[in-house]
Design a protein around this ligand. Structure first.
Ligand code: SAM
Length: 291
């Protein structure tokens, strides 16, 4: 394990979520790994109820859109006040937006969750996991007054090409995918690197020879299929190769399965995957078998 990773493992990453439905997160953040990460002080999640930053009797957060049309829009003033309560103003310097951002004492990254945003990926989750603080703004209705985006946000982030009714599920996705990449959160430090979309061998700071995960770090491919007991399930038997104890064979089989699954479900990933000469040979054989 590298010294850099060990040093980083003692830090706590903070997420601030601005929402009109803080209750939405009551169950999602109190289960499993995210609960444990908070208990171990590796992650801190603060919820900010947007209605606490209103000043009228009805705690109004929305208004009709200029220009007419459907729906309502989240007003800028309560959002600006919520951000000011976090020390964020229009001119506040922001966390760098490129990879390799400094983890220590960096300014917060302010993110607007939006179907119009850049699509969230594992690479972006890795980038966020290197930051000290991330602020997530959850839209509702038709969205957020665009001036909030222009004045305060470092990026608009979408979790996929579909429209949710609010940013809360997207915030939960971003927190979950990011926090599990913070050193110390997963039981095994390198787990995230061997999963779907993981990095290539060259970027892995651990011995890849031990447990036969695959031959390599995922290198941008999808994960291989997993099996557990019983060996027989209905008509199907778990692959024999996984039960023979031959680590080299298991690695090779798993790598082949990664290539096979990626080819079937996400061929687009193959274009930028880190493939070895051996991988390319296996891929060629798979393509030939498909024809
Ligand atoms: N009028 C918006 C549009 O067409 O792009 C959709 C607004 S949506 C009903 C309400 C809120 O849900 C958005 O402001 C955003 O915060 C959130 N949202 C919807 N889809 C999302 C996605 N794919 N990723 C992230 N957030 C999303």
């Amino acid at each position: 394990m590298g010294g850099k990773r060990a040093l980083l493992s003692s830090r706590c990453m903070r997420f601030d979520i601005v929402t009109i439905f803080p209750g939405y997160f009551e169950s999602v953040f109190t289960q499993g790994i995210v609960r444990r990460a908070q208990a171990e002080r590796l992650v801190e999640i603060r919820l900010h109820d947007l209605r606490d930053f209103t000043h009228d009797r009805h705690r109004t957060v929305d208004d009709r859109p200029f220009g007419g049309g459907e729906g309502m829009v989240l007003k800028p003033e309560p959002l600006a006040e919520a951000l000011a309560s976090l020390g964020i103003y229009p001119m506040t310097p922001r966390a760098p937006t490129t990879s390799g951002a400094q983890a220590q004492s960096a300014p917060p990254r302010v993110i607007l969750l939006s179907a119009q945003g850049r699509v969230f990926t594992q690479a972006l989750a890795r980038e966020l996991a290197g930051l000290e603080q991330v602020v997530l703004i959850c839209g509702r209705y038709e969205g957020v007054d665009e001036r909030i985006n222009e004045l305060y946000c470092d990026m608009e982030l979408s979790i996929g090409d579909y429209v949710l009714s609010g940013g809360e599920p997207a915030a939960a996705v971003v927190v979950d995918a990011t926090m599990r990449l913070i050193p110390g959160v997963l039981g095994n430090e390198a787990s995230g690197e061997f999963e779907s979309f993981g990095v290539a061998d060259a970027e892995i700071d651990v011995d890849v020879e031990g447990v036969p995960r695959s031959q390599h770090g995922a290198g941008g491919l999808l994960d291989y299929p997993h099996y557990t007991r019983p060996a027989e399930f209905g008509e199907l038997r778990a692959p024999e190769v996984l039960m023979n104890g031959d680590h080299a064979q298991i690695r090779r089989w798993r790598r082949e399965q990664q290539l096979k699954k990626t080819l079937k479900n996400r061929p687009d990933l193959l274009e930028r995957a880190a493939l070895s000469t051996e991988d390319r040979k296996m891929l060629k054989a798979l393509l030939e078998a498909n024809n």
